[in-house]
Design a binder for this molecule. Structure first.
Ligand code: 5AD
Ligand code: SF4
Length: 448
């Protein structure tokens, strides 16, 4: 087996081959998949919607929470029949599992022809070309010294799209694999982001969500910080709405709140601010860099400036050594802040991370029980919060039509999905709408 880690220059095949990418994980991964399709399209591949039509099949994987390696192997297994029928098929694994497992993937699953990491996407056409020229290819090294230059590549950006502003993470929360799968934190130059957004608005984009593992620590080469970036995009571009994710409480500051306040309604009244755990001892073990009290102070600062703000969060239950009383502080945090949406997970040990080696791992049934109780506590407050929107008039940016259900849909500044009866000509427009029905997941509205 030739596990080649060098970057020989090999041209991609000139014939039109179908490429299918199966994507797991977060928005960052969805964005990476778009980039892969766009790059391969430029290299003469044709994106297809099913592996049956493809000659190149890629799994873009995620390893943040689950045991993803098994998932990858079982999906690869489903392609065996296709490869037996057509030996020209090449199967690749990219994303976090590629960065994490490297050549082990090919050793354990010889059906895989190429493996690449989160930092090797721009070399994908060349990697695929090499997978046709030689037996196996593994390219997972981080481009530590290369500047972070990634123009957004989306095939059909629509009304709302995502723009990467930072990559990687230097925070090393003790539970998190991201610093190992996405590498050191880097920020894109401000002028590149500005050009990117201007090109997107010329293509009809009205809203962008700025993406990064910790957007608040964005720092451009010319001294523009995250708050400056938001303000300059609000003032200097034709965007109608700006969102961002994910924020880190330790870096979320008054300057950003002031910029959000000054630039409403362009900067949306919605903040995703993961707190992870409600108890300060657990937060310290997690290496989060803030206490419960400091988190609550940030929330008070935000609510004071933006009273209608909608907050969501990420939470981990059953972190090693978490006691029942400490878990109860997580529930009380959800209630104290009044999060409209929570994303809650059972702690799962991840490779390379400190917490995976901590004493006091919590039994699975205890984690199950805590997660169920957390969701029940949240359900009790989320329903009345949703119902409080009925009768209110909100501006909805219309995104498209759900052809299956025949409904038009769009989103409010607070990130609420609203379905309504209307005409396709409204796509891209901001329209006032009265909310007629609401549950925590979805709203129904009528045009006024
Ligand atoms: N176990 C459980 N949840 C995790 N997350 C990250 N790592 C783990 C882990 N090892 C969650 C955190 C993070 C979100 C993206 O995933 O809540 O904010
Ligand atoms: Fe992971 Fe912490 Fe970085 Fe978020 S801030 S990506 S949880 S290490």
């Amino acid at each position: 087996m030739n596990l080649n880690e060098t970057s020989a220059q090999t041209a991609a095949p000139v014939t039109q081959k179908g490429v299918y990418i199966s994507t797991y994980g977060c928005q960052m991964n969805v964005n990476d998949t778009e980039r892969m399709y766009s790059l391969l399209e430029m290299a003469n591949f044709t994106p297809v919607t099913s592996p049956d039509q493809a000659e190149v099949i890629i799994i873009n994987s995620c390893s943040v929470r689950e045991k993803p390696v098994h998932k990858v192997y079982s999906e690869v297994g489903t392609f065996r029949r296709l490869k037996e029928k057509n030996p020209n098929i090449r199967i690749g694994v990219g994303g976090c599992v590629g960065s994490q497992e490297k050549d082990k993937l090919i050793k354990d699953a010889p059906l895989i022809d190429f493996v690449f990491g989160t930092d090797n996407i721009d070399q994908l056409p060349e990697i695929v070309g090499r997978a046709y020229d030689q037996s196996k290819v593994v390219q997972t090294q981080f481009q530590h010294r290369a500047p972070y230059h990634v123009e957004t590549m989306v095939r059909n950006p629509g009304v709302a799209t995502f723009v990467n502003i930072t990559k990687g993470c230097d925070n090393f929360c003790t539970f998190c694999v991201v610093p190992y799968t996405r590498g050191r934190e880097k920020s894109r130059p401000f002028s590149h982001i500005l050009d990117d957004v201007n090109k997107l608005t010329q293509r009809g984009v009205r809203e962008v969500t700025l993406l990064g593992q910790n957007v608040n620590s964005y720092k451009s080469d010319c001294g523009v910080d995250f708050a400056d970036l938001i303000e300059r995009l609000a003032v200097e571009t034709d965007l109608q709405r700006i969102r961002y994710t994910t924020s880190h409480p330790k870096d979320f500051n008054q300057k950003l709140v002031d910029v959000m306040y000054r630039n409403q309604p362009k900067v949306c009244e919605y903040i995703h601010l993961p707190f992870q755990a409600g108890n300060s001892r657990v937060l310290e073990m997690m290496n989060r860099g803030y206490t419960r009290e400091q988190y609550l102070e940030k929330i008070a600062m935000i609510k004071k400036a933006i009273p209608n703000v909608v907050l969501s969060t990420d939470i981990i239950v059953g972190f090693p050594t978490e006691t029942e009383d400490e878990f109860k502080e997580t529930i009380s945090m959800v209630e104290a802040v009044g999060f409209e949406t929570i994303y809650a997970f059972k702690y799962s040990p991840r490779p390379f991370t400190k917490a995976a080696r901590f004493e006091g791992q919590i039994a699975e049934d205890v984690k199950d029980d805590r997660l169920a109780r957390l969701f029940a506590a949240h359900d009790a407050l989320a329903m009345p919060l949703a119902e409080s929107y009925v009768g209110r008039v909100l501006d909805v940016l219309v995104e498209g039509k759900d052809e299956k259900r025949g409904n038009m849909h769009g989103r409010t500044s607070q990130n609420k999905n609203v379905y309504f009866t209307g005409d396709k000509s409204l796509i891209g427009q901001m329209v006032p709408m009265r909310i007629t029905k609401a549950n925590p997941a979805v709203f129904r509205g009528e045009l006024i």
